[in-house]
Design a protein around this ligand. Structure first.
Ligand SMILES: [Zn+2]
Length: 338
């Protein structure tokens, strides 16, 4: 079985989608907004599955008179559901960015495909992920399609914020906002599905800040152990010889995929030191309260702020293509200060 129950902590968007399905008159286009990893694409695919399922989906429910509260879910077993699962359903089209943008040729080829006849039983679904990355020409081309939408076709656009899109596109869509996933729900999910202890799940949920995708990545990458290693190094840096700083910089620089996560761990650590003396209950790394307490008392408050600033500066410089090693060496020198 499949249904919107795959989504965690998104009761309101699910209610809005079920209402739209129940009304029997689906809008031509939805815009799902919200941060990465909160379930927008999952909801869009589920909508596509439900609309096209031969057994339990939308079409069937619309045919049952007096069925006031149908449970909208796809059967997961019919031909349509299996094709959707495998990503080969001929009437479910996904458009995603390539090279940082969605370019006009992608929208043109979508237009050509939509001009072909679809299976009469299908509700074609077009999922445009990260629609904020439509470049100007592509955005205008999509607008033309939305102005005269083909029959039996639903568009679902996803984006962090409606303000990131052409207002003329937004006005053609029914917007549904997905909130960050509440910590409690995320913790429960991680305990049941990712084999984390409740304590560890709480920390991951806290640091993932509402994004389930981020939380799952962290759980799979054994993030807690990695975080412990980084924090160990941060605590010990001031007492280690300079050669160790270079080794640490090298370790961090060697895995570029992890770099963003390392900066996140560092920022959270110095943030915790800064807030601990006033609000000890507000720290992120609450399993490390003793270490936070000791470090917060040891490092002068203004130096904590300077170190936090240095992390942000290094992160910005590296995302602006500065030399990784040079930036990290300079950062380590700062973080090693007493
Ligand atoms: Zn099905």
């Amino acid at each position: 079985m499949g249904g919107f129950d795959k989504l965690i902590g998104q009761q309101r968007p699910v209610r809005m989608l079920c209402n739209a399905l129940r009304s029997e008159k689906l809008p031509h286009a939805f815009l799902f907004t919200g941060e990465d990893g909160v379930g927008k694409a999952t909801a869009a695919l589920e909508l596509a599955r439900i609309c096209n399922c031969h057994e339990t989906g939308f079409r069937r429910h619309t045919k049952i008179p007096g069925n006031e509260k149908p449970v909208f879910s796809a059967c997961g077993k019919c031909r349509s559901c299996i094709k959707t699962e495998r990503g080969v359903h001929p009437d479910i089209h996904r458009v995603s960015p390539e090279g940082g943008y969605i370019r006009i040729d992608r929208i043109r080829s979508l237009y050509d495909r939509l001009a072909l006849k679809s299976d009469a039983a299908s509700i074609r679904t077009v999922l445009i992920e990260n629609a904020q990355l439509l470049n100007k020409e592509a955005g205008n081309a999509l607008l033309k399609i939305l102005e005269e939408p083909p029959e039996s076709t639903i568009f679902v656009l996803t984006a962090p914020d409606a303000g990131d899109l052409l207002p003329t596109i937004v006005s053609r869509c029914r917007q549904i906002h997905f909130n960050p996933i509440p910590q409690k729900e995320m913790t429960d999910y991680l305990v049941s599905n990712m084999d984390l202890s409740r304590d560890n799940a709480m920390i991951v949920a806290l640091v993932a800040r509402g994004s389930l995708a981020r939380a799952i990545d962290m759980a799979e990458a054994d993030w807690l152990n990695y975080r412990n290693f980084i924090i160990d190094m941060l605590v010990r840096l001031p007492d280690l010889p300079a050669s160790f700083r270079h080794v640490f910089a090298e370790i961090i620089a060697s895995d570029r995929d992890k770099l963003e996560g390392v900066f996140e761990i560092m920022k959270n650590w110095y943030r915790d030191l800064a807030v601990f003396l006033r609000s000890p209950d507000k720290i992120y790394n609450h399993d490390l309260t003793d270490r936070v307490k000791a470090a917060a008392r040891q490092i002068p408050a203004d130096l904590i702020i300077e170190k936090a600033d240095a992390v942000v500066k290094a992160e910005n410089a590296i995302s602006g293509n500065a030399n990784h090693r040079l930036c990290l060496d300079a950062l380590m020198a700062k973080l090693a200060q007493h």
